[in-house]
Design a protein around this ligand. Structure first.
Ligand code: GTP
Ligand code: MG
Length: 472
């Protein structure tokens, strides 16, 4: 490796945000900041950002003609949609429902009323062109095709980028299956455009269709593959469900929240485990379950799982449903928020709406403002004054972790009752059950058996009393 070789084009990316006039500047920039972090997570180097305001997000290229030329200069493309592309729209192929008519040049020019480009400081235009262009919004198949023609670069939209990160970070069988299904579902509507012209089937499926029939074959193959994977996932998910079922009698807490909020950091400290913590988006994809430490009686289980992000591809949410069951069945949700992120309110809303989509919005929820070590004391005071039911902590401070531990324990204690159980000696095995599912306060032995006073969830006490009565 030579020290001074320029970054290869394939890893140089231009970010493009197209926003409606009513989107505030800081929101538009924050969205591009997040896109940049996603790109960096994939190992891409962001060399320029383009932001364009338009009255709508339709049209053959999303961008105006001037902006498209500028983009072409950055990628070494022509900056105009190749002639063949617009013909394709009126060709023999049926139109996909999301296809749009190409606007005329004048329409496009008239619409382009404001724009803004930022280059990385060390950017030398002529050195190496960017090989990747990433759009902050969803592109239709034909927009994608036109943009690739005009830029000669690989064009990704936000969903495609997120899917690639997921594909790279998935570890468990369940997560891999979920990601592969989502990738294929993303691919199906895009196959029509992809299989004409150059080969863009990077999803890893064989077969390059040249004509329509080959294309139909491709589509069928992909659908068959999806069905196959879904079956496989069902088997894996059933096993996971069994494990979850065995945990059902336990008190469970699920850490949920926006990606990078600090869920895994809290998991590590609350459970004295070494789950992966990274300053990266979607570091965690697999669900981990551990005991709360210091241990409680009865034990409390904590789960850490995939984070959320705005505009999370719908198929991804759908295919991660089984992973996210953990959150749905938790006794308590800890909603972790990165209080130091200027966009935390939007991030909170995204998390709450994904939870609603998953049907997990009826669970008791404790809001945890994390990373307050990065805030000024006055800002922390304001936060706690405004959100008195929430806890404000830093995952880096042991005292804060203890306080959160106490809050979790107190939540479960609130629903506990005190009871006295008599266990005859011949049923001593139940004593063991009592010790694992209840907090034992006192224990007395006489000629007939043990009298045990406990604190436990009302349901647990009922179950034990029933077992004792039946065995009697
Ligand atoms: N300063 C500060 N940094 C924190 C705190 N909590 C977490 N971090 C950092 O934030 C980054 C993300 O932390 P993670 O725990 O991996 O976040 P996550 O929510 O699990 O993220 P994903 O798994 O990617 O969704 C890491 O670099 C952590 O070291 C905190 O309280 N203060
Ligand atoms: Mg994590």
């Amino acid at each position: 490796m030579t020290m001074h070789s320029p970054t290869p084009a394939a890893t140089r990316a231009v970010l493009v945000g197209v926003v409606l006039p009513d989107v505030a500047d800081d929101a538009a920039q924050a969205s591009l900041d997040e896109l940049a972090r996603l790109a960096e997570t994939l190992g891409l180097q962001v060399v320029a950002r383009l932001l364009q305001r338009r009255t709508h997000l339709r049209g053959g290229t999303v961008l105006g003609t001037g902006k498209l030329r500028e983009l072409g200069r950055l990628t070494g493309g022509s900056g105009v949609v190749p002639a063949g592309a617009s013909q394709r729209q009126t060709g023999a192929l049926p139109k996909a429902p999301d296809d749009e008519e190409l606007p005329t040049e004048e329409e496009v020019a008239a619409d382009e009323f404001d724009d803004d480009t930022q280059r990385a400081a060390d950017e030398d235009d002529s050195a190496v062109h960017a090989g990747v262009v990433i759009f902050d919004q969803e592109l239709t198949p034909s927009q994608l095709h036109n943009l690739e023609g005009a830029t000669s670069a690989e064009v990704l939209d936000r969903s495609a980028l997120i899917l690639r990160i997921f594909a790279r970070h998935a570890r468990s069988r369940e997560a891999r299956l979920q990601v592969e299904i989502a990738q294929l579902k993303y691919l199906v509507p895009r196959l029509r455009v992809s299989s004409r012209g150059r080969d863009r089937q990077r999803g890893g499926i064989g077969g390059k269709g040249a004509g329509e029939s080959a294309l139909e074959l491709d589509r069928r193959r992909v659908r068959d593959r999806i069905a196959e994977l879904e079956q496989e996932l069902q088997v894996v998910a059933t096993e996971a469900n069994l494990r979850r079922g065995r945990r059902a009698e336990h008190q469970t807490v699920a850490l949920v929240g926006y990606t990078n909020a600090g869920k895994s950091s809290l998991m590590r400290r609350l459970t004295a485990s070494d789950v992966l913590v990274k300053d990266q988006l979607f570091a965690t994809l697999d669900t981990t379950v551990r005991h709360l430490q210091p241990a409680t009686r009865p034990p409390i289980l904590i789960s850490d799982t995939v984070g959320f992000i705005k505009k999370l591809p719908h198929d991804l949410v759908a295919s991660f449903r089984s992973t996210l069951e953990e959150a749905k069945e938790a006794t308590l949700l800890l909603h972790v928020i990165d209080a130091a992120d200027p966009m935390w309110q939007q991030q909170r809303d995204v998390t709450l709406s994904v939870l609603a989509e998953l049907g997990a919005d009826n669970r008791p929820l404790l809001t945890v403002f994390n990373k307050i070590d990065l805030l000024a004391p006055a800002a922390v005071d304001e936060l706690t004054a405004r959100h008195s039911a929430a806890v404000a902590i830093s995952a880096l401070r042991p005292d804060d972790i203890s306080a959160l531990h106490a809050r979790i324990v107190a939540f479960f204690e609130r629903d506990m009752i005190e009871a006295e159980l008599f266990v005859p000696y011949r049923l001593q095995r139940i004593v063991h059950v009592i010790h694992t599912t209840c907090r034992v306060l006192t224990q007395r032995h006489d000629d007939l058996g043990s009298t045990i006073t406990v604190r436990a969830a009302a349901e647990t006490v009922e179950t034990l009393q029933r077992q004792l009565a039946e065995a009697d």
